[in-house]
Design a protein around this ligand. Structure first.
Ligand code: ZN
Length: 275
């Protein structure tokens, strides 16, 4: 029943057999060029690297929003407080490499700095840190120009996020053990407050942190106590019903059309950056 000619010759409607090979080869050649930097401009190479970082960041973000107990806990309590956080409000974006993340009270949006994170845990801590700011903003109506308010939220965010876990401090080169956690929270909170345009100098930042320390350090809401990240476990049955493509702010997620959300990000000013 099979005509010999038909099996040996492609029909006129079939695509030319070399097309796929060619495009795969072209893609491969381009990848090699981008990796080695040969035959492409520095700008093209950096753009490719940035795209790679953003995709990786989005993937990790999705994972953490589904499986990290601390992140899921914070998202749940934000929702209970009437501040549901759409996934589209947590953005992976290129930013200058001294930052890990930031929070824009104006937009209720969190920025994760793609390419900055040295581990999934680092991103987890940063995300929880920013979610604590969001929680404070939602629940306590924080005035970010009021340094006492800002200091209080920074103390809580650094205390509860795992930013000041022993291993993270070791990485930064701070190795004194006694009261290390508190010293770290104090130092990082003062650094963030000092960066507030409403803060005249570093000494004022330190003073304000000290003034609100006791009440804010001991306020672990919505956690019962400081979360123990060392007992890391995955959330067993995550809610994955959301559609990562159907979101309001464009992202570079796998399977979604790669649209540069950095354009949208330019609208995010007044960001409280953290490192
Ligand atoms: Zn902060």
């Amino acid at each position: 029943m099979n005509d010999k000619d038909e099996t040996s010759c492609p029909s006129a409607s079939s695509p030319p057999p070399t097309q796929d090979t060619n495009s795969a080869f072209a893609r491969w050649r381009r990848k090699v060029a981008l990796v080695t930097g040969l035959g492409v401009t520095e700008e093209e190479r950096l753009q490719d690297l940035q795209m790679h970082h953003t995709r990786h960041c989005e993937k990790t973000k999705e994972y953490l929003m589904n499986y990290s107990p601390a992140v899921v806990f914070m998202l749940k309590h934000l929702k209970l407080s009437g501040c549901d956080v759409p996934r589209s409000n947590v953005l992976c974006a290129p930013c200058d490499l001294t930052r890990a993340g930031g929070y824009s009270p104006e937009h209720g949006a969190i920025v994760l700095c793609a390419g900055h994170f040295f581990s999934q845990t680092h991103m987890e801590h940063t995300l929880v840190h920013e979610l604590v700011h969001l929680y404070d903003h939602c629940k306590f109506k924080v005035d970010w120009n009021n340094l006492r308010h800002h200091a209080c939220s920074e103390i809580r965010a650094n205390n509860l996020s795992g930013d000041c876990r022993y291993t993270r401090e070791l990485r930064r080169g701070f190795v004194a053990f006694s009261k290390q956690h508190q010293a770290c929270v104090r130092r990082r909170a003062a650094e963030s407050v000092a960066a507030n345009p409403a803060c005249p100098d570093a000494a004022t930042a330190e003073r304000v942190v000290n003034e609100v320390w006791d009440s804010c350090f001991n306020d672990t809401r919505p956690f019962d106590e400081v979360f123990d990240y060392s007992h890391y476990a995955r959330v067993e049955s995550p809610d994955t019903s959301f559609d990562t493509c159907n979101i309001t702010i464009d992202i570079l997620a796998d399977g979604c059309a790669p649209r540069l959300h950095t354009i949208r990000l330019m609208g995010l000013y007044n960001i409280d950056w953290d490192n």
